[in-house]
Design a protein around this ligand. Structure first.
Ligand code: NAD
Length: 302
C-alpha cells in the first residue's frame, strides 16, 4: 500500500484526493489544507495537523496550491516539506505556478536527493472530479515513470513537456490561448446578439464553421446556450477569473524572460483585469468575460 500525502484540498485538489482515496490500489492517504473544514471532505483519509506532520512518512507527496508563493512556502519554508520529508519520497506539484518557482523547488529537492516533477493540469474541476485530467509534466523521465501510476488515477492523459519547469511553460501557453479564444468567443457572440441574432443559433453556426473552438464548442460563455457550463449557473464554479488573471500574469512574465511578443495575450490579460475590477468578477468563472461585452446580462445574474 502506497502512503500518499496530499496538500491543498480546494476546488481541484479535493476531487483529486478523493479519487486517490477511492482508487482500487487502496492508497493510504493523509491530507492537509490550511482550511481545516476541507480536510473532512476526503472519505477514508487521515488528516495531518501541519505540513511537517504530513511530510514525515510518505512514499509520495502531491500538492495542489494556488500560486508559486504557496508552493515555495510549503516546500521550502521552515517546517516545510523538504525539512521533514523522508528519503526516497517522490514529490509531485500539480499547481499552476511560475516556471522559476517550479525549478527552484525541484532543484532544492534534488539537493536533498529527492525526485520532483511539476505536473500542472488541464481539464478543470469537471475533469478533476471525473478523474480525466490532462497532466503536463516537467522533470526527469524516471521521475515521471514513478509518478505515472498516481497521475493515471487522477487523469486520462499524461504528457512529458521536458525538464523541470517545462510543464509550467506548456500550461502557461495553453491558458494564454484559452483566455484569447474565450474573449474572442464572447466578443463574437455579443456582436451577433447586438445585431439581432439568437446566441444559440449563432453558436451552432460558428461551431460548424471556421470559428469553432473549445470555448464555443464545450464551454459556451453566453448564459442559456449550453447546459452544465458555468454560464448557465450564474458563472459559479469552474475556473475562477482570479486564477485566469494569475495565469495571464505568468504568461506575461514568461514572455518578458524570453523577450517574446505576446500582443494578444497582453490584451486578454488587460480585458480580464478590467473585468475582474469592474464587475467584481474574481470569484466568477472566467467565461464571465461575456459580462464585459454584454453588461445587460449582469442584471440577469442577480
Ligand atoms: P483553490 O484556491 O480552490 O485551492 C487551493 C487550496 O490550497 C485551498 O484549499 C487553500 O486553502 C490551500 N492552501 C493554500 N495555501 C496552503 C498552504 N500553505 N498549505 C496547505 N494548503 C494551502 O484553487 P484550485 O482551483 O484548486 O486550483 C489549484 C491550482 O490548480 C491553481 O494553481 C490553479 O491555477 C490550478 N488549476 C485550477 C483549475 C480550475 O479549474 N480550478 C484548472 C486547472 C488548474
Amino acid at each position: 500500500m502506497t502512503r500518499i500525502g496530499f496538500i491543498g484540498l480546494g476546488n481541484m485538489g479535493g476531487h483529486m484526493a478523493r479519487n486517490l482515496a477511492a482508487a482500487d490500489a487502496g492508497h493510504a492517504l493523509t491530507v492537509f489544507d490550511v482550511a481545516p473544514a476541507l480536510m473532512e471532505t476526503v472519505p477514508g483519509a487521515r488528516t495531518a495537523s501541519s505540513i511537517a506532520e504530513l511530510s514525515g512518512a510518505q512514499d509520495v507527496i502531491i500538492s495542489m496550491l494556488p500560486a508559486g508563493v504557496h508552493v515555495r512556502e510549503v516546500y521550502l519554508g521552515a517546517q516545510g516539506v523538504l525539512e521533514n520529508v523522508a528519503d526516497g519520497t517522490l514529490l509531485i506539484d500539480c499547481s499552476t505556478i511560475d516556471p522559476e518557482s517550479a525549478r527552484t523547488v525541484a532543484s532544492a529537492a534534488a539537493g536533498r536527493g529527492l525526485a520532483m516533477i511539476d505536473a500542472p493540469v488541464s481539464g478543470g474541476t469537471a475533469g478533476a472530479e471525473a478523474g480525466t485530467l490532462t497532466f503536463i509534466v516537467g522533470g526527469s523521465a524516471d521521475a515521471l515513470t514513478s509518478a505515472r501510476p498516481y497521475l493515471e488515477v487522477m487523469g486520462a492523459n499524461v504528457y512529458h513537456a521536458g525538464d523541470s519547469g517545462a510543464g509550467q511553460i506548456a500550461k502557461i501557453c495553453n491558458n494564454m490561448l484559452l483566455a484569447i479564444h474565450m474573449a474572442g468567443t464572447a466578443e463574437a457572440l455579443a456582436l451577433g446578439v447586438e445585431n439581432g441574432l439568437d446566441p444559440t443559433v449563432l453558436s451552432e453556426i460558428m461551431k460548424q464553421s471556421s470559428g469553432g473552438n473549445w470555448s464555443l464548442n464545450v464551454y459556451n460563455p453566453y448564459p442559456g446556450v449550453m447546459d452544465g457550463v458555468p454560464a448557465s449557473r450564474g458563472y459559479e464554479g469552474g475556473f475562477l477569473t482570479d486564477l485566469m488573471t494569475k495565469d495571464l500574469g505568468l504568461a506575461m512574465d514568461t514572455a518578458e524572460g524570453s523577450r517574446s511578443s505576446v500582443p494578444m495575450g497582453a490584451l486578454a490579460k488587460n480585458l480580464y483585469r478590467i473585468h475582474q475590477q469592474q464587475n467584481d468578477a474574481g470569484r466568477l468563472d472566467f467565461s464571465s468575460i461575456q459580462l464585459l461585452y454584454r453588461p445587460a446580462l449582469k442584471t440577469d445574474q442577480g
